[in-house]
Design a binder for this molecule. Sequence first.
Ligand SMILES: Nc1ncnc2c1ncn2[C@@H]1O[C@H](COP(=O)(O)OP(=O)(O)OP(=O)(O)O)[C@@H](O)[C@H]1O
Ligand SMILES: [Mg+2]
Length: 305
Amino acid sequence: MAAGRTLRQADAAIVRRAIVIKVVPVWHNVTRFSNEFFCGRRCRMVRVICIANQKGGVGKTTTAINLSASLAVFEKRTLLVDCDPQANATSGMGLDKNALSQTLYQGLLGEAAGQGLVRDSLLPCLKVIPANVELIGFEVEMMAAPEREKCLRELIAPLRPQFDYIILDCPPSLSLLTLNALTAADSLIIPLQCEFYALEGLGQLLQTVKRVKRALNPGLEITGILLTMFDRRTNLAHQVAAEAEKHFKDLVFKTTIPRNIRLGEAPSFGKPIILYDATSQGALSYIELAREIMTPTFETSAASA
Ligand SMILES: Nc1ncnc2c1ncn2[C@@H]1O[C@H](COP(=O)(O)OP(=O)(O)OP(=O)(O)O)[C@@H](O)[C@H]1O
Ligand SMILES: [Mg+2]
């Protein structure tokens, strides 16, 4: 578990690297090239990970931003796609959602190619497809369109060869946008806030996943349940963790995300936590989550999906 971890040597190295990436991109490109060469990463399959839970405020966007940034710090070429009209992932990455002429909306309607929507971020390995409030229109405009659940899958298909990971941040509903994300994804992470009613609604989400798997995306796997805003001092947090482990067993990530004030502050500075406070418990937890996702078990299960 990440909560209560001390700053280990490996973490300190990653944090140092994050800081260097910020100031010396040339150095970063050199190391990236050598890593790709020696690890043979160009041959590996891209993984599209959907972050979904129809419950609001459970840490989907915080996870999407900070998992993406942590994977990028490990020099994985990562694309964060904001699939929520609230556009919190867009603003949390420092993009002005009101100043964007083209967003995911135009892409989903077929008015723009995916490549034209990709924006840079403060981390060289992390790119973003932003959203804004226009995205609400997608649901209405596509209501009667055939194959409307496959728009996102088709949009990102040509981008797959350029990225190791594509992370999809979903809105708090089981709407057409979430269905698009589930249809486009190889795997699903479900953030679960450690509070009363945490498991409520999860049955409905799992039923939806089952239906999507049957009708639209047979390869979709649940990568894991992520316990968020975990406060180790409260009995309730431990009870929710025990309940989740009882129901979902190994599907619960070993990493838990603690309630951490720095994680709450970072979006208002338009930065992932690793660039806002790299030594905070929040930053270390998301680094740990990225490490868990990159382990061979997850790589293998995704490859077989
Ligand atoms: N681990 C954490 N510690 C402290 N604050 C957190 C943590 N995770 C998220 N928050 C804060 O909680 C709020 C909700 O988080 P977030 O926006 O990530 O949830 P969400 O599931 O994406 O919400 P929505 O359903 O509205 O899209 C935000 O203000 C965020 O900064
Ligand atoms: Mg959100």
